[in-house]
Every structure is written in C-alpha cells, then in structure tokens.
Design a protein around this ligand. Structure first.
Ligand code: FAD
Length: 298
C-alpha cells in the first residue's frame, strides 16, 4: 500500500511483542506514528480507503495481541504529546497530548506543585489510553480531574467534549474504538510539594510491594466484580500461581498474568479462559476482562 499524506514513520510487518507490555503476539501489518492531528486523520483515511482495519495504540500496556498478529494498521500516538499549563481562577489547567506519558505528566505537575492525579503515578500508559480506559488506582480515577478532551473520529472530524458528555464508568469512558483522544485537559489545584511527592512515593512503594513489576504483564487482567477485588476471586478459585507454559497467574498478585520468559499469546488466552471457567464453576462469578485482546478469533 502506498501511503500518501502521512509524514510520520510507517513500519511494516512489526512484531507486537516489542510494542506491548505483555511481550507476546505476532505482527501488525503496519505500525504508523502520526506527527500530528492532520497526519492521524490521513492515516485513518488511508486505512479506510484500502479497507484495512485500524486501532489506536498508546504504550500497549492494556492490550494483548494474538500470535497471528493484527492484520491491519496500528496507529501509535506517542508523537502527539504536547503539554501546556495555564492559570485560571479555579486552578491550573494542564493541556496534554493524547500520546503523552501519564507518568511524565504527573511528574511535571508535581514539579509545579499541582495536585489531582498523583495517585495514578505508576500506571504505565499514555494519557489517551488512560482516558479511554478511565484508568484508576488507589481510590483515584483519571476522569476525577478531567475537564474536557479533544477527539478525532473516523471521518476526521475533531470534537472537544466536556467530561459530562462522556459515559464514564469503571474502566470505561464510553469512547468508541474509532475515536482517538488527541488532547486532554485537567484542572489541578496547587498543593504543598512535599505532600504530592509523599503520595507519589507511597503509591509507587505499594506497587513495588504488591505487584509483580519484575515481569512483563498487562497489569490487572480482570475487572473487580461485586465489590470484590479480582485477585481475591481468582485466589478463592485456587488459581494463584497456575500457569500455561510461561504465562502464569502471579503468585504475588493473581490478577496479573506475568510472562515468565517465553509465553505465547495463546498461553495467556488459555489462562484467561481457564480463570473464567473455573471461577464460574466454583464461585458462580462471571469474570470480565479489563485487558483488550486483539486479533483473536472467538
Ligand atoms: C504494570 C502495570 C500496571 C498497571 N496498573 C494499572 C492501574 O493501576 N490502573 C489501571 O487502570 N490500569 C493499570 N494498568 C493498565 C494500563 O496501564 C492502563 O489501562 C493504561 O491506561 C493504558 O494506557 P496505554 O497508553 O498503554 O493504552 P494501550 O494499552 O495502548 O491501549 C488501551 C486502549 O486504549 C486505546 N487508546 C490508546 N490510546 C488512545 C488514544 N489516544 N485515543 C483513544 N484510544 C486510545 C487503545 O485503542 C485501546 O483500546 C497497568 C498496566 C501494567 C502493565
């Protein structure tokens, strides 16, 4: 396929192992890095004109790609990462590109003594990915301080919508797979720097202590259900430490599937199916994935 009007980098037949934190998966037909919104719109237009499926990818920390790969265009937002602060009567607004690192944003806010999103420190994704997933941790969710986002839809139409117009919920923003978050704006409050840094250090310490950060993973695989943390449900089903090949329900935190070295996407998928089946049979609970599975049949 000949790409016209796309200035950013275009890679072909790339292994998604390199671009997803679980480190499994086959190849994507194309991996495109748009330089800006126009580039992004052109990449989407080209994919549509050629009848090729496309998906947006931030840091790939919530996505598992099948061993067969993704036969389409993966549009990676990383270059769309501007950041601007402006003072208002209600606080300081941070306007950040959808491809910007969430961790980087939190660090920049902390430097300026701006509080609001620091409890999300350590979530390894981009701002766009976090908004799409309505990512959260330690009692805080990204939408708490979100004011508005700008999206580009499949027709290339750009819209700015307030948080009230999003269908926000537990790990969902209601955005469709064809909407790309190009900008997000947060309202933050000034606060004592030491207190912000203290919160960041606390949540980071908790992650190191409780999560298997030493292995590749996609974070929590399942959503919590009926107020019960998913790791407890998996534990109650006796599955802590269960493995297929090198894909293992972490003994440290059984809601993380860790890749102990050479796991395949199929190992991971079989483990997900195993959890769903066993938990349902033993406890009657229907488990739902928090991670996204790309390129799997059924
Ligand atoms: C070690 C570890 C710890 C984690 N801890 C947490 C946690 O505490 N809380 C939590 O909620 N999650 C956690 N996660 C999961 C993951 O980091 C979050 O869901 C994160 O927000 C995903 O961001 P991403 O950029 O990696 O998105 P990706 O994985 O690249 O994509 C996820 C989804 O967002 C879409 N997307 C990506 N960018 C955009 C965009 N610009 N516009 C529209 N859609 C987009 C993708 O198409 C896909 O549907 C963790 C993951 C790991 C590996």
């Amino acid at each position: 396929m000949k790409w016209t009007g796309v200035r950013g980098q275009i890679l072909t037949e790339v292994s998604m192992k390199r671009y997803t934190s679980m480190r499994v998966g086959g190849k994507a037909r194309y991996l495109v890095y748009p330089e800006d919104q126009t580039d992004l719109t052109n990449a989407v237009r080209m994919a549509k004109e050629h009848g090729i499926a496309y998906r947006f990818l931030g840091n790939g920390t919530n996505v598992i790609v099948s061993d067969q790969g993704f036969d389409g265009v993966v549009i990676r937002t990383r270059k769309m990462a501007g950041l601007r602060f402006s003072r208002t009567t209600h606080g300081v607004r941070a306007r950040v590109g959808g491809g910007g690192s969430l961790k980087g944003l939190i660090k920049e806010c902390a430097k300026r003594g701006l509080s609001g999103i620091e409890k999300l420190f350590g979530i390894p994704g981009t701002v766009g990915g976090a908004v799409k997933m309505n990512a959260g941790s330690f009692g805080s969710v990204i939408s708490d301080h979100l004011m508005e986002i700008t999206t580009v839809d499949e027709s290339g139409v750009s819209r700015t919508v307030g948080r009230g117009d999003l269908s926000l919920g537990y790990r969902t923003s209601g955005l469709s797979a064809s909407d790309c978050v190009t900008w997000a704006e947060f309202l933050l409050k000034e606060k004592d720097l030491e207190s912000i840094k203290g919160d960041m250090a606390y949540v980071w310490g908790e992650r190191i202590n409780k999560h298997p950060m030493e292995w590749p993973s996609a974070g929590s695989v399942f959503k919590n259900k009926n107020g019960q943390p998913a790791w407890q449900t998996i534990d109650a089903a006796g599955l802590r430490g269960f493995r297929f090949g090198d894909a293992c329900l972490s003994p440290k935190h059984p809601n993380f599937i860790v890749n102990l070295g050479h796991a395949s996407a199929l190992d991971v998928k079989r483990l997900i199916e195993k959890v769903k089946k066993e938990v349902y049979e033993k406890l009657g609970t229907v488990m739902e994935e928090e991670v996204e599975l790309w390129g799997f049949n059924g």
